[in-house]
Design a protein. Structure first.
Ligand SMILES: Cc1ncc(C[n+]2csc(CCOP(=O)(O)OP(=O)(O)O)c2C)c(N)n1
Ligand SMILES: [Mg+2]
Length: 464
């Protein structure tokens, strides 16, 4: 079989890109995700990666060529090299993809991680809250549920990535592969009527809170069946019915909103809680300080969840912070703060559960810092070349999903085949969701202004 490699929409304007250099040559074996070609967009120099494994059959554009988004630039085949055709020309000397010529700012991240005293495992992480003594024995059904959700999120995001590389996803994607344990562990500690406020990277949070993969997929494609009627797109996913408030792409901006929602819950004398998810980049924004401080002085039932994936776009945290951990900032607000291993779903769940219990009984907010890593670039136009490949490999070796799988097999006697079946079910669910999204109708022009200028009715009445 022959597979077309099309130019994905990597630039900001959707205009042509210029081929700079091929990183592969005809006959060469490539793996999914391997960089194929360096291109210049209107925004940056980026690499286009292989959407599947195979052998390079032919290269259809040469360095210097301007190529339209959606144009076929190469072909892959599953035939072994002996059967592969000749090159179309323009092939440069083969070299290691690790040495791509894109702008790069390598950081001494290992040293800085050491300086920051980052926890290497959940055992080294601080124990959250004085309720640690109430640690429940993790039930195998809960761990299985969390495993399934992490797999579902990973399969969905990986599938979207493949489709993006084929030019089939409109807009860009902010992906969270590697961070699934945080979304899943935190949301497992919540009730359906609790609410979450997410960011520009929301897919994992929405699925973990119970959002439908079909409705998320449809939203990404701007369809009428999307969770925000096709108006929000990837950065404004919303599913009020399961407690996912409209997500907010302004860094740090959801923190005061979550504090306000939590204060509302308190004033209404409910025991519901709110969660604000944000990144390490958000911790230096003014809105965050105002929001956490307000929640602290009002004992509002809110959990501030910082996903410290080490980078805010291309900026490493060591350039943004003079303190060793983000959690220690909690002291300045007079609330508890804990740094926890975000690659361990059990540690995440237990820490979140203690913070939620504290909030529900009226004792106020907690700041939870989860250390983690995003495997992909910041968004799909970012190859992440400012990062050291060893650093990435090191974090990948602690991937939360195989770790959870091993735990299920060794500590809970789960059958490998049952776990394989869960993975296959998730893959089928993801593919069905994407097929649903792609075949769904576009919103009608008459719907364009609907819900555009008023709050969602469910939000107005405070009832998700
Ligand atoms: C107030 C504001 N400033 C800048 C941006 C542009 N921007 C979008 S995401 C991002 C990085 C955020 O990093 P972090 O908070 O660590 O979240 P992550 O992307 O790592 O999940 C930036 C700077 C923005 N959306 N809002
Ligand atoms: Mg970050």
């Amino acid at each position: 079989m022959i597979f077309d490699v099309v130019m994905p929409a990597l630039g900001a304007t959707g205009g042509d890109v210029t081929i700079q250099e091929w990183l592969v040559e005809p006959g060469q074996r490539v793996e999914a995700g391997m960089p194929l070609v360096v291109v210049e967009t209107d925004k940056a120099t980026v690499e286009v990666e292989a959407f599947r494994a195979g052998y390079v059959r032919e290269l259809l554009a040469k360095p210097g060529d301007a190529v339209a988004i959606g144009a076929v630039v190469a072909r892959l085949t599953d035939q072994p090299p002996a059967d592969v055709g000749a090159a179309a020309g323009g092939v440069s000397e083969r070299r290691s993809p690790a040495k791509a010529s894109t702008s790069s700012a390598r950081l001494d991240v290992e040293a800085s991680a050491e300086r920051r005293g980052e926890p290497k495992s959940s055992a080294e992480a601080s124990t959250p809250d004085q309720h640690a003594d109430q640690r429940i024995e993790m039930s195998s059904s809960l761990l299985l549920t969390m495993f399934r959700q992490m797999v579902l999120i990973r399969r969905f995001e990986d599938h979207l990535y493949q489709l993006f590389l084929q030019g089939l996803v409109p807009g860009t994607l902010h992906q969270s592969q590697g961070q699934e344990a945080i979304a899943v562990g935190v949301c497992a500690a919540l009730r359906r009527d609790d609410v979450i406020f997410s960011t520009h990277r929301p897919v994992a949070h929405v699925i973990a809170k119970g959002g439908s993969v079909k409705a998320i997929a449809a939203e990404l494609w701007g369809k009428a069946t999307g969770c925000a009627g096709g108006k929000g797109g990837q950065m404004h996913l919303t599913d009020v019915a399961v407690g996912v408030m409209p997500t907010n792409a302004i860094v740090g901006a959801n923190v005061p909103i979550a504090a306000g929602a939590a204060l509302g819950f308190k004033l209404m004398r409910t025991d519901r809680v709110a969660v604000s998810f944000f990144g390490d980049g958000a911790v230096n924004t003014g809105a965050l300080h105002e929001g956490i401080n307000l929640a602290a002085v009002k004992d509002a039932p809110v959990i501030f969840v910082c996903e410290n994936n080490q980078y805010a776009a291309s900026t490493h945290i060591s350039h943004n912070l003079r303190v060793a951990t983000i959690a220690e900032r909690a002291k300045a607000y007079g609330i508890p703060g804990h740094t926890v291993d975000g690659m361990d779903v059990v540690a995440v769940f237990e820490s979140a559960r203690a913070a939620v219990a504290r909030a529900r009984r009226g004792a106020g907010p907690t700041l939870l810092e989860y250390t983690c890593y995003r495997y992909m670039g910041h968004s799909r136009g970012d190859p992440g070349n400012y990062r050291d490949r060893e650093e990435l490999a090191n974090w990948r070796s602690r991937d939360p999903i195989p770790r959870c799988r091993t735990q299920l097999i060794h500590d809970y006697g789960q059958d490998e085949r049952a776990l394989d079946a869960i993975e296959a079910e998730c893959q089928a669910e993801v593919e069905a969701a994407v097929a649903f999204a792609m075949s769904s109708p576009d919103p009608s022009p008459a719907e364009a202004l609907q819900n555009a200028y008023t709050a969602w009715p469910e939000v107005r009445h405070g009832q998700p």
